[in-house]
Design a protein around this ligand. Structure first.
Ligand code: SF4
Ligand code: SF4
Length: 95
């Protein structure tokens, strides 16, 4: 994984155009079969080299539906995110 979209996604689509590597698909293309947006972890670079923080999360109008997740398939990831935050799927943007 890389960053992950949880089931509190409201399918507004705001994240899709913000992603610099086109890693996000909508509910119709979600390969897991869930009816909300999805991040392809093998494409997501956690916005390293593009933005200071993940652009999808700053664009998202919900309270924390985009979270940190494990880095196994991510081509690039942020070294400053704790394994605890990743394992607990901590929200990227917190109030
Ligand atoms: S963190 Fe960046 S690269 Fe990853 S899905 Fe979000 S916008 Fe795309
Ligand atoms: S911006 Fe947030 S609520 Fe909107 S589609 Fe993306 S993850 Fe879902």
């Amino acid at each position: 994984m890389a960053v992950f979209i949880t089931d509190t996604c409201i399918n507004c689509g705001a994240c899709v155009d913000e992603c610099p590597v086109e890693a996000i698909v909508d509910e119709d293309e979600n390969p897991s079969g869930q009816e909300y947006h999805f991040v392809h972890s093998n494409k997501c670079v956690e916005c390293v080299g593009h933005h200071d923080v993940p652009a999808c999360a700053t664009a998202c109008p919900t309270e924390g539906c985009i979270v940190w997740s494990e880095v196994d398939a991510s081509p690039k990831h942020r070294d400053n995110i704790s394994s605890d935050a990743r394992s607990k799927k901590a929200p990227i943007v917190q109030d």
